[in-house]
Design a protein around this ligand. Structure first.
Ligand code: FAD
Length: 404
C-alpha cells in the first residue's frame, strides 16, 4: 500500500539508503517511505564488487539482523599489509598490521555487494514500518513550510517531515539544500574484479602502493580475492578491455606474484575516482548520508563504512525524538555536529594518502616514508592507527559497538 505521507522519506536504494531505512526502522517508531528502483537478481549479480566492512559496521549488520543473511560468502580480514611500489628514490618500508595487536579476531569482513544487497532487500520486504516506493527516479524535491514534497518520474507526489538523501554522488537532495559543496577529480580510475589464485592469501589484505594509486588485493573465500586497482584513466580504459588471459598475466606481473598464478578472473568494471566534501550534512529538513554526503577514493576501504556510521548516528539522534516537525532544527544541528569531525578528518587523511602516491614531490614522499617507518617500529602507534581506521571507538553509536 502506498503512503502519500510518511514521517521520513529516504531517497535512493543503494546500500547506504537501504541500511539507513533498516536502522531507522529498528531504532524509531517513524513510518518510512524509501524511493528508488528495486533491482532484480540479474542486476544485483552484475555488481561484482565486494566491500570490506570494518568490525563496527559488522556489529551494526549483526544488530540489525542483516549479518546472518550475508555472512555465508563473507571472508575475514585478519592482517593488512602495505607495500611501497612507487619506484621513487625514497622507498617507504613495508608495513604489517595484525588484528591480534588489538585483541580482535578480524579487522573486517569482505562481503560480496550482491549478497549484501540481497540481504538488505529481503530485510526491507519484511519490515512493517518501511514502504518501498518503486520509482525510476525522484525528479523534484521541494521544501514546503512544514514538510518536504517529493515528486517521482511517474508524476506521483509524496510528503514527509524529514527527507534523507541517500542518492549517491550526484544527489538531487543535496542540490536542494544550500550546503556548500566542494568536488574534485583525481586522475585515477579503479578497476574492480574478483579472481582465483594459486597461493593462499592467509586472510591478509594487501595494498601495493604504486604511483598511479593503490592496487588492493582483498581476501575472499579459499583462494579467491577481490581486486581494486587504481590506474590512470587512459591505462584503465585499455586494461579493462583486455581478454582474461592478458589481464591475468598483467595482474600477476603487477602484483609481483604475491598470490601466485592467477587461475581465473571474473568480469572487470571501471570506476572513475573523485572526491566531494560538504560544509555540513543536514539543512532544510534534508539529512544526507553515504556518497550524497562524502565521496573519497577507495584507498583504506572507508567510504561505505562512513555511510554506515551516518545511518547509525542518524538513528541514534532520531531515537530521542517523538516529533520530527517540531524538533527539526535540533535534529539537524545534532546530526551536523555528530558527523562533522568523523567525515572531515577521514576525507582529509584519505585525500592526503591518495595524493602522496600520485604527486611526485620529494617532501611528501619523505613524510610518507617517515610516517610508515614510525608505524612499522612502534606498536602503540600502529594500534592507534588501526583503531582510527576502524572508527573512533569513543564516538561510535551504540548500534556499532555493543550487542543490542
Ligand atoms: C572500486 C570500489 C571499491 C570500494 N570498496 C569499498 C570498501 O571495501 N569499503 C568501503 O567502505 N567502501 C568501499 N567503496 C565505497 C563504496 O562503494 C561507496 O561508499 C558506496 O557504494 C556508496 O553507497 P551509496 O548508497 O551512498 O551510493 P550509491 O551506491 O551510488 O547509491 C545511490 C543510489 O541512489 C539512487 N539514486 C540516485 N539518484 C536518484 C534519484 N533522483 N531518485 C531515486 N534514486 C536515486 C541510485 O540509483 C543508487 O541506487 C568502494 C568504492 C569503489 C568505487
Amino acid at each position: 500500500m502506498r503512503h502519500l505521507t510518511s514521517d521520513i522519506a529516504i531517497i535512493g536504494t543503494g546500500p547506504v539508503g537501504l541500511i539507513t531505512a533498516i536502522t531507522l526502522a529498528k531504532e524509531t517508531n517513524f513510518q518510512i517511505n524509501i524511493f528508488g528502483p528495486k533491482p532484480d537478481e540479474a542486476l544485483l549479480a552484475r555488481d561484482t564488487r565486494t566491500t570490506a566492512f570494518m568490525a563496527p559496521s559488522v556489529k551494526l549488520l549483526e544488530n540489525c539482523n542483516i549479518w546472518a543473511d550475508c555472512k555465508e560468502n563473507a571472508s575475514p580480514l585478519k592482517h593488512l599489509r602495505m607495500i611501497d611500489d612507487c619506484g621513487s628514490l625514497i622507498r617507504a618500508p613495508d608495513c604489517h598490521f595484525s588484528c591480534n595487536e588489538l585483541n580482535m579476531t578480524a579487522f573486517a569482513q569482505n562481503i560480496p555487494n550482491s549478497d549484501l544487497n540481497k540481504a538488505l532487500i529481503s530485510n526491507i520486504e519484511k519490515a512493517p514500518k518501511i514502504n518501498w516506493i518503486e520509482t525510476k527516479a525522484v525528479i523534484k524535491i521541494e521544501n514546503g513550510a512544514d514538510k518536504v514534497e517529493i515528486t517521482t518520474s511517474e508524476n506521483d507526489t509524496y510528503k514527509a517531515q524529514l527527507c534523507v538523501g541517500a542518492d549517491g554522488k550526484n544527489s538531487i537532495c543535496r542540490s536542494v539544500t544550500q550546503i556548500k559543496t566542494t568536488e574534485w577529480q583525481y586522475n585515477q580510475t579503479a578497476i574492480a574484479c574478483s579472481f582465483t589464485h594459486s597461493t593462499p592469501h592467509n586472510a591478509t589484505s594487501t595494498e601495493i602502493h604504486r604511483k598511479t594509486g593503490p592496487m588492493t588485493l582483498i581476501p575472499l573465500e579459499e583462494n579467491r580475492s577481490s581486486l581494486v586497482w587504481s590506474l590512470t584513466p587512459q591505462d584503465a580504459k585499455q586494461i579493462v578491455s583486455l581478454n582474461d588471459e592478458a589481464f591475468s598475466s598483467l595482474l600477476y606481473e603487477n602484483s609481483h606474484a604475491i598470490l601466485g598464478t592467477i587461475t581465473s578472473v571474473e568480469p572487470r568494471v571501471a570506476f572513475p575516482i573523485s572526491g566531494l566534501k560538504l560544509e555540513k550534512f543536514a539543512e532544510n529538513k534534508i539529512a544526507l548520508v553515504g556518497e550524497a554526503a562524502h565521496v573519497i577514493p577507495p584507498i583504506g576501504a572507508q567510504g561505505m563504512n562512513l555511510g554506515l556510521r551516518d545511518a547509525a548516528h542518524l538513528a541514534e539522534i532520531l531515537k530521542e525524538h517523538t516529533s520530527l516537525e517540531a524538533q527539526i532544527n535540533v535534529i539537524e544541528e545534532k546530526y551536523n555536529h555528530s558527523r562533522k569531525s568523523d567525515i572531515s578528518s577521514r576525507t582529509f587523511v584519505i585525500d592526503i594518502l591518495n595524493k602522496s602516491l600520485l604527486i611526485n614531490n620529494i617532501s611528501l614522499k619523505s613524510m610518507r616514508s617517515a610516517g610508515l617507518t614510525a608505524l612499522r617500529n612502534f606498536k602503540s602507534l600502529r594500534q592507534l592507527i588501526m583503531q582510527q581506521g576502524l572508527g573512533d571507538e569513543q564516538s561510535l553509536p551504540k548500534l556499532m559497538k555493543a550487542d543490542i
